[in-house]
Write a protein that binds this ligand. Sequence first.
Ligand SMILES: *Cc1c(COP(=O)(O)O)cnc(C)c1O
Length: 343
Amino acid sequence: MPDLEAVTARYRMLVGDEYLALIDPADPDDPIRKQALPDVAELLDAPGELRDPIGDRAHEVAPNLVHRYPDRVLFFPTFLCPMYCRYCFRKVALNEAPVRLDRVLPAAVEYVATHPEVREVILSGGDPLMLSDDRLAEVLGAFRTIPSVERLRLHTRVPVTRPSRVTAALAGRLSGFRPLYVVTHYNHPRELSPAARAAVSALVDAGLTVLNQSVLLRGVNDDVETLAALFSGLLRWQVRPYYLHHPDMTVGTAHFRVPISRGLALVRALRGRLTGLAWPTYVLDIPGGGGKVPVDSDFVRPTPRDGVYSLHGPLGGRWTYVDPAVHPDGLDGVPAGATRLED
Ligand SMILES: *Cc1c(COP(=O)(O)O)cnc(C)c1O
């Protein structure tokens, strides 16, 4: 299959046994398979798609450290994952050279220590749970000793993709760094497997607050029944749905894209059905780096044209947004995606 080889030459592929076991081999449209296995559709670079869709690079203040919002930073201790999600918004960054943690950690700690407005350090990646327990404790400990850092966050898909990694021993180590918020990444109720449950229980039983972010993905979870089952299943495990991300304008991901109008209809339908505890905030990260905005709010205003919105950034700025899932080639000379307006 030369085409699939072209895909994996461009974007890493890896799926572990634990996630592979969730795929239904009889179903060609299986929502688990779509997240994990490469597709020739990834070879398309649709108009307006970006290699760095949310502008991480523009806000990189030290190697692997991103400071976009005043009170919090993202740190990437690794770009490795146990599985490379096909829709990943960092699918280009993941192909970079391995992170030399010993080199990047001191500068990141120094930056945070000298910027006391930073109250929160978020470990992301890649997946921070690819580090050994000792290395992870070293990273968390280095930030924890900075007096201005009030809380830590760890963003990980390992409780989904390699749940056996989350042992009681790891959870016990993490609990020493509280307040530490663990943000998992379940997208589909079929990912809520017995092994995943054991991983989440270990975290919850260790006294950690566990939240979840999902990405709204065409053909995976863009229907009310699936989202309702996902969010209520998470609550049953004491995991609070935090964000539902609108899919980013990442290169090679057009086949996952959903119109904003559909996302809004889905989250509004859930409001009538589920407890408020189960409602995540539906967010759009403004393409190019304008920041995250709640979609169901006046940060995202409809215009008289179908599929065209006026965006107001959380840090200022205004954009015209031509929904790429509605107008893939743009509209009236305005390209698909976000076009910044003069202030
Ligand atoms: C998403 C993101 C965060 C976290 O934002 P919250 O809204 O607090 O979850 C922080 N920094 C960067 C650069 C981000 O992209």
